[in-house]
Design a protein around this ligand. Structure first.
Ligand SMILES: C[S@@+](CC[C@H](N)C(=O)[O-])C[C@H]1O[C@@H](n2cnc3c(N)ncnc32)[C@H](O)[C@@H]1O
Length: 240
């Protein structure tokens, strides 16, 4: 690891600085299955990344200089592992707070031999601030983030102008921020935030949504949704 270039959020808190307290998740207490526990016990040393280790040196972590894709909130990791497996020429970093999901993802990556994937079990907002160098990512993907349906909970939605600007800082020039959601109101808000953010270009030919790119696997849930006539909106913006 390289030396940290700035303070961690914990240090700032200790110094009494104002720190964001509204989070985009509520930590669910899920028990680990035997398989998930086994995966974490046996493979965390190869696949796990720790927030307290600070700024990442990708070449050291992956042993190569391949472009890096960051996925935020990968759930159980099914689509992340599939994407990593299908693109060995890229390096993948997944961030998820739900421990059973992290265990499931590690287990699946081992089973599928997706060796180009590392994961954090931590709040992505803190990982972005403390571990991801600026101008370093080729893609950031955010698939089906918690929609927080009720209006009074919209402040918990991860996509907001401040987040969109943080992602822009972390992307390389030409890097792409890819979001997908099945909640129309959230899609509209995402699009509005992206359109009013400086330094991005919409990759949509119609200046709104893009068709699902082939590299984003169709989830089981999405498949069912399509049969029921539910929509899914993909949004892709490039950093200028
Ligand atoms: C609705 S689920 C979608 C999971 C997965 N992307 C999918 O498409 O199946 C949203 C996920 O984001 C995770 N999450 C929410 N906020 C997060 C944050 N700040 N950092 C990391 N993970 C987060 C949640 O724990 C949850 O697993």
């Amino acid at each position: 690891m390289t030396e940290r270039t700035h303070k961690t959020i914990e240090q700032a808190k200790q110094e009494g600085k104002y720190i964001r307290t509204v989070r985009s998740f509520v930590k669910r207490e899920g028990r680990l299955t035997k398989g998930q526990a086994h995966a974490l016990d046996n493979h965390w040393q190869d696949m796990g990344l720790d927030h307290q280790d600070g700024m990442l040196d990708y070449a050291q972590v992956f042993g190569n200089d391949n472009p890096v894709v960051l996925e935020i909130g990968f759930g159980m990791g099914k689509s992340l592992v599939e994407m990593a497996k299908n693109a060995p020429e890229l390096n993948y970093i997944g961030v998820e707070v739900h421990r059973p999901g992290v265990g499931a993802c590690v287990g699946l990556a081992v089973e599928q031999e997706a060796n180009n994937l590392k994961v954090y079990e931590h709040d992505a907002i803190e990982i972005l601030a403390d571990c991801i160098p600026d101008n370093s990512l080729t893609t950031v993907q955010l698939f089906f983030p918690d929609p927080w349906h009720k209006k009074k909970h919209h402040k918990r939605r991860i996509v907001k102008p401040e987040f969109v600007e943080t992602i822009r800082q972390k992307l390389k020039v030409g890097g792409v921020f890819h979001m997908a959601t099945d909640w129309e109101n959230y899609a509209e808000c995402m699009l509005e935030d992206m359109q009013s953010a400086p330094g991005y270009e919409n990759l949509s030919a119609t200046n709104d949504y893009v068709p699902r790119p082939d590299n984003r696997p169709l989830t089981k849930f999405e498949n069912r949704g399509q049969r029921l006539g539910h929509g899914v909106w993909d949004i892709q913006f490039k950093k200028l």
